[in-house]
Design a protein around this ligand. Sequence first.
Ligand code: HEM
Length: 513
Amino acid sequence: MISWTINFPFDSFTLICTTVIGVLFYYYSTSTYDKWKKANLPHTRPVPLFGNLFRMVLGFDSENETYDKIYKQFPDKKICGFYQMRTPYLMIRDPELINNVLIKDFAHFTDHGFEMDPSVNILGSSLFFTNGQKWKIMRQKMSPGFTSGKLKLMHSQIKECSKDMINYINSKLKTTDQFDVHDIMNKYATDVIGTCAFGLKLGSMSDEDNEFRKHMKLLFKSSFRLTFTNLLQLISPKLLSILKISSTPPEVMEYFNSSFKNVIEYREKNNLNRNDVAQTLMQARKELVLNNSSYPEEKFTEMDIISNAILMYFAGAEPVSDTLAFCLYELAMNKHIQDKLREHIYRTKEKHGGEFSNDYLMDLHYADMVLTETLRKVNGTIVLFRVATKAYQVPNSSLIIEKGQKIIIPTYSIHHDPKYYTNPDVFDPERFSLEEKSKRLSGTELLFGDGPRFCVGKRLAELEMKLGLSEIVSKFEVSPCVKTENPIQFAKAGGAIKPKNGIWLSLKPVAAV
Ligand code: HEM
């Protein structure tokens, strides 16, 4: 009784405080959730704080499952609403409207709409995450690094990486014919980005724990720091900026900073011009950081340049290695397609003087179809992001998309919608024959995005994928082995579609089969 009277005032105070905090928190968590109801737009009921990402944040659903469920809920709608944590988002489902957003009315949707503070994440000042005029200037400076002329000059650098890969497989074949092709493709794609974007010969095949790979892994390694900052980024990017919590470990920033500076110093000192992406970035540094008289209204720093070099790995190496590995898996599971591709490679090579030259690659149409179908079936890009930079009246509708409204375009779902791709789970490169392509509705083939903001590295990706694929398929028979998963298990965490346990396949020299 005595203890009750002593504790009571304290307990009631605690109770009141807890209730007030609880009510305020509930209000904060749900205060945005009436937007789609008021706009009379179809939407899914949100869970306080988590919106429609509850199962994804808890790890029950992957990102593609999350968005696909929303997409499938409104099969007849052009647009629907959902909540990414507290933020109201629009999902554009209609191909014609998608085309408007990406291409025709791009002036209203120029930005991806991320608020990533560069002091919080090193990628914050890279092309993918920058907006407005700064994006426009940087894109103009970077695009010349990916023209077909420049790519021709990068051909020999990439070829060297593909040769290293073949030597590596041959040396391993002395002891095993079972390979985690996802790991090998990752080493290959890392070497390509290392040489093209950083000007470094990494040699990941013989030295898999080289400093570059080690630091790249640290950049994306799951840790409490990364999980916490990612979650805070979803809930409130502004809070993350105010708290100045960086998701990039300082030693990683330091490593890339000094690596790129060493390359600049070396090339300048030796008057070296290699016509690669690294050189394009050096030129951008000269024009935007050291002597920015053309765009005095925008300030660029050394970190903006380094950030773009790192983006090349993030945006370039990972999707290339995933695509190549998934492609080999499909070829192992579909032997008739593998045989057809090998035959096509042999014939085209012979036609071009027995070399995997630039002209050979341009002529490799069936490989294009095989890679494109791989990207349709398992593309790491699950959605495209845009934000309305000006208010937009949706054609033939009373809906006005207001300035600042965030949008996603559900590419994974569109590429798996039987309305656009019959039997979407079947691997069928014929979908991308010239005849089939010409029948396709625009806005339904978005493998590299579309419009002025489409993937700047598309051509480089195609070049290295076709070269890597040519080397492997011409030399090795790819087939399932005891370790091959069927179907592949995918990781739930992370923003892209990744194999959970690698992709194990048997590689045997073609002549020996
Ligand atoms: C299979 C390989 C690849 C795929 C599937 C892919 C896909 C994409 C997609 C879907 C986008 C977003 C486009 C949009 O919003 O409309 C994108 C953007 C981008 N990609 Fe790629 N990409 C690949 C390879 C590469 C490579 C090799 C590089 C460079 C080395 C690269 C650099 C970039 C950059 C810098 C952006 C941002 C462009 C901007 O915002 O202006 N990508 N990519």
